[in-house]
Design a protein around this ligand. Structure first.
Ligand code: NI
Length: 226
C-alpha cells in the first residue's frame, strides 16, 4: 500500500526547515548505504550525527506523533531518526531496495525496515525531474508531492529517484518498524480503522461502533509484536 499523507508539516514549518537546510553543509549520500546502493546513489545528505539533522528530525517525529492518519496507517513501533537529502544538477538515485535491518544510532537496538517514508520539502514547481518512482506488485508509481506531504510505502519495494534537471529537491526520509509486520494485515487494520472513523462521524458513538472498535483492537492484539 502506497499512502499519501498530506500536511505533516505546515507551510511555515516547511519554510523554516528550508531556510536552515539551504544554508547547511551537505556531504556525499553514499555514507549511509551498502555496496549495492553506493553504485547507484548520486546525491547529498546531511551527516547522520549533524545537530541540524537531529533537531529537525525530532520536530518531524513530534509532528508524526500528532498525526492520526500516519499512526493508523503505519502502526509504528520504532522509527529511525529522519535523515535529509538533496538532489540537484542531474543528481539521481538508481533502482534499489532499502536495507532490511538498521541500527538505531547511538544504541544497540536494531530495527526491521517495514515501511519507508519520504517527506517532501520542496514544492513540485521548483524543480524538474526528481520523481520518486516506486515499483510494487500493482505496477510503477511516480510520486511527486507538495512540500510538507509524506509518502509511506513498503520497504520491500524497488524504487529510484529520477535525475533533477532544474532546481534542487530537498527531502527528509526515514524507515520504521511497524507493530504489524505483514503488509496485508496492516492494510486491513487501516481500512477497518478508517471505516470505524467514518461510521462514528456519521452516526456518533453507537453500540456497533464500540463493538467494532473492540474487534479492531482484538485483531491488533493478535497480530502485533512489541
Ligand atoms: Ni531508498
Amino acid at each position: 500500500m502506497l499512502l499519501h499523507i498530506p500536511a505533516i508539516l505546515a507551510p511555515a514549518q516547511v519554510a523554516e526547515f528550508r531556510a536552515a537546510l539551504d544554508a547547511a553543509d551537505w556531504s556525499d549520500g553514499r555514507a549511509t548505504v551498502g555496496a549495492q546502493g553506493a553504485r547507484v546513489k548520486h546525491n547529498r545528505q546531511l551527516p547522520e550525527d549533524s545537530p541540524l539533522a537531529r533537531q529537525l528530525g525530532d520536530r518531524i517525529l513530534a509532528a508524526l506523533a500528532r498525526h492520526p492518519l500516519f499512526f493508523a496507517a503505519a502502526l509504528p513501533l520504532r522509527i529511525v531518526p529522519p535523515l535529509f537529502n538533496r538532489y540537484e544538477g542531474g543528481e539521481h538515485y538508481g533502482l534499489h531496495v532499502d536495507g532490511s535491518i538498521r541500527n538505531l544510532p547511538g544504541t544497540a537496538t536494531r530495527l526491521r525496515t517495514d515501511l519507508s517514508c519520504t517527506l517532501f520539502l520542496t514544492e513540485p514547481g521548483d524543480y524538474d525531474g526528481g520523481d520518486l518512482v516506486i515499483v510494487d506488485t500493482y505496477g510503477t508509481h511516480e510520486v511527486r508531492l507538495p512540500a510538507g506531504d509524506l509518502i509511506l510505502y513498503p520497504s520491500t519495494s524497488l524504487h529510484r529517484v529520477e535525475p533533477v534537471t532544474r532546481g534542487a529537491r530537498t527531502s527528509a526520509f526515514f524507515w520504521l518498524q511497524s507493530l504489524v509486520r505483514d503488509t496485508e494485515r496492516r492494510r486491513l487494520l487501516f481500512e477497518l480503522d478508517q471505516t470505524i472513523q467514518q461510521l462514528r462521524a456519521r452516526l456518533g458513538e453507537t453500540e456497533e461502533t464500540v463493538a467494532l472498535t473492540g474487534q479492531y483492537h482484538n485483531l491488533l492484539r493478535m497480530w502485533s509484536d512489541t
